[in-house]
Design a protein around this ligand. Structure first.
Ligand SMILES: *Cc1c(COP(=O)(O)O)cnc(C)c1O
Length: 389
């Protein structure tokens, strides 16, 4: 099925890749295989499914679908985006050096700094994607992995994926891209020469804010073999019910991404003119320092995440956020409903104040995950809440 559907367009593959009607009943939708084990006909003679940590048909369908959409050969689903990232780090030997972008999901930063530094003697250096010419200087003979998030969280910095892949290839470094903010519809890093793609499935891939999951995709046979071993050996797999939800969610990914991105473009331009707004960060604005790179590597879209510095203090931000009625004040992103986050008190609370200040993650910064509601209603909601500033 995977090879057969390769010819089809993304929209078709989002619905069919990795899925065949269930052979016994003809059920069109892949069932939830709620079983921990599978009968063997004779010792060692099984159907390809032995024990549900190792293989599960619902999970396999979801994994094949995302592998196909990302242009990979193999995918491995995990119980969360962080479990996916943690398993990818297990590709490294203890004491390895990792180079990562300085602006990234707070939980990934915490995983490096508060867990793997202690348990695996991980060495980490950070690069600023705004200064691509300095990237080379952070890489040494000890560097075994480069970890990119683009657009990054929360400042939406863009990293040139082709440049990173080129730097890494000559030195045998594994490149990893957290592609959560884009989804495979907008950006497919494997096509830029990146080795490993990670998603928090919780966000755009599932898209309905009703499960937590992660997935890792590659087309490098050695990495695929190592990840297959690690998924089973470490064991933080995605359960069949969540796989079913995510497989259902991804069918509408192209439709959702069109509406997400067109809403976000309207809102970003509106915010850019607003007198209470100090600065808008959105890769689709000409003012974004890496707007040109975004245009080349994001398939003509710019995502639906917008970061905004308001002309006010913590108290003003609080008043405005309390007044919202269509946007929901909540952690997370990528669902059909619009969310608004306050990085300092929410997603980036685990980062010490000094580091936050150095990175410009300040009290007056808010982050919008633009949903698929009517853009007019979203604009009106922001407008009335900004009157509180
Ligand atoms: C949410 C998120 C994660 C972590 O995923 P979970 O599913 O919450 O564990 C990692 N990276 C990015 C960019 C995210 O937004």
């Amino acid at each position: 099925m995977t090879t057969k559907t390769k010819k089809h367009h993304f929209d078709t593959r989002a619905i069919h890749a990795g899925q065949e009607p269930e052979p016994i009943t003809g059920a069109v939708m892949t069932p939830i295989f709620a079983t921990s084990t599978f009968k063997q006909k004779s010792p060692g003679k099984h159907t390809g499914f032995e024990y549900a940590r190792t293989q599960n048909p619902t999970r396999l369908a979801f994994e094949k679908c995302i592998a196909d959409l990302e242009g990979g050969t193999n995918a491995f689903a995990y119980s969360s985006g962080l479990a996916a990232g943690a398993t990818v780090l297990e590709l490294l030997k203890s004491g390895s050096h990792l180079v990562a972008v300085d602006d990234m999901y707070g939980g990934s930063w915490r995983l490096f700094e508060a867990v793997r530094k202690r348990s695996a003697n991980l060495q980490v250096s950070y690069i600023n994607p705004d200064l691509p010419e300095t990237i080379d200087s952070k890489i040494s003979d000890e560097t075994k992995m480069i970890w990119i998030e683009t657009p990054s969280n929360p400042l939406l910095k863009i990293t040139d994926l082709t440049q990173i892949a080129k730097i890494a290839k000559t030195r045998n470094i594994i490149t990893v891209v957290d592609n959560t903010f884009c989804s495979p519809y907008i950006q497919r890093p494997l096509e830029n020469g990146i080795d490993v793609v990670i998603h928090s499935v919780t966000k755009y891939i599932n898209g309905h804010s009703d499960m937590v999951g992660g997935i890792v995709v590659t087309k490098n046979p050695e990495i695929a073999e190592a990840l297959e071993f690690l998924q089973n050996a470490v064991g933080s797999i995605l359960d069949p019910f969540s796989c079913f939800l995510a497989l259902r969610g991804v069918k509408t990914l192209p439709l959702r991404m069109h509406q997400h991105c067109s809403n976000a473009e309207k809102i970003a331009h509106w915010l850019d003119q607003h007198p209470k707004v100090e600065k808008v960060i959105y890769p689709g604005l000409n003012s974004h320092p890496q707007h040109k790179i975004a245009t080349t590597q994001m398939n003509g879209f710019y995502g639906a995440m917008i970061s905004v510095y308001l002309k006010t203090d913590m108290a003003g931000v609080r008043r405005a956020l309390e007044k919202l009625s269509v946007f929901t004040l909540a952690e997370s992103l990528g669902g059909v409903e619009s969310l608004i986050g306050h990085p300092v008190t929410m997603s980036h609370g685990s980062i010490p104040k000094e580091r936050r200040t150095n990175l410009n993650i300040s009290d007056n910064l808010i982050r919008l995950s633009v949903g698929v509601e009517s853009a007019d209603d979203l604009l009106e909601d922001l407008n009335q809440s900004f009157e509180e500033i």
